[in-house]
Design a protein around this ligand. Structure first.
Ligand SMILES: [Zn+2]
Length: 163
């Protein structure tokens, strides 16, 4: 109920502004009040709506990586290139795993396991990389992999396996 009256107020303000029924001073005052009160509320409501949509998409690969929506911080000790690698691994988009989307080919298969090649498979599952993986990081669920693993070691792992 509170949300409804909030949006009705916002809608009335917008209509008054668009139809030039407000003076410049009134408009500036409303703009000031809007930024103070409305923007945080709108952000909060959008965040809740986004989380609700995400929570229903359990088969989405991004849900597995980040089930709770929020800020993702870039570790300060990584350079720009390493941050780019980590971000691409997070969203599962790399040249190796997504090339088929542009070319129209079938998804690439793992040479060792004969399953679809995904970032999750490469980082956590593929037996071909078990020995190398153990050298760099322990296996953990993908949902907290990027938060619990030394990301420089992940980059080193990817470099060693030439992907
Ligand atoms: Zn494999």
């Amino acid at each position: 109920m509170e949300n409804t009256s909030f949006f009705v107020g916002f809608l009335v303000m917008w209509v008054l502004t668009e139809t030039n029924k407000l003076t410049l001073q009134q408009n500036l005052l409303l703009t000031y009040l809007s930024s103070e009160r409305l923007v945080p509320r709108i952000n909060s409501l959008c965040h809740k709506e986004w989380q609700d949509v995400r929570s229903k998409q359990t088969s989405n690969k991004l849900f597995e990586v980040k089930p709770i929506i929020g800020n993702t911080t870039c570790p300060g000790h990584l350079g720009q290139r390493e941050n780019t690698i980590i971000n691409r691994l997070r969203i599962g988009h790399t040249r190796v795993t997504c090339r088929h989307l542009l070319s129209g080919d079938t998804p690439p298969l793992c040479d060792e396991c004969n399953c679809v090649l995904t970032i999750k498979h490469i980082l956590l599952e593929c037996s071909a990389f078990n020995d190398i993986r153990k050298k760099y990081f322990p296996c953990s669920p993908l949902s907290n992999f990027f938060e619990s693993t030394d990301l420089l070691r992940v980059v080193s792992f990817m470099k060693q396996i030439n992907l």
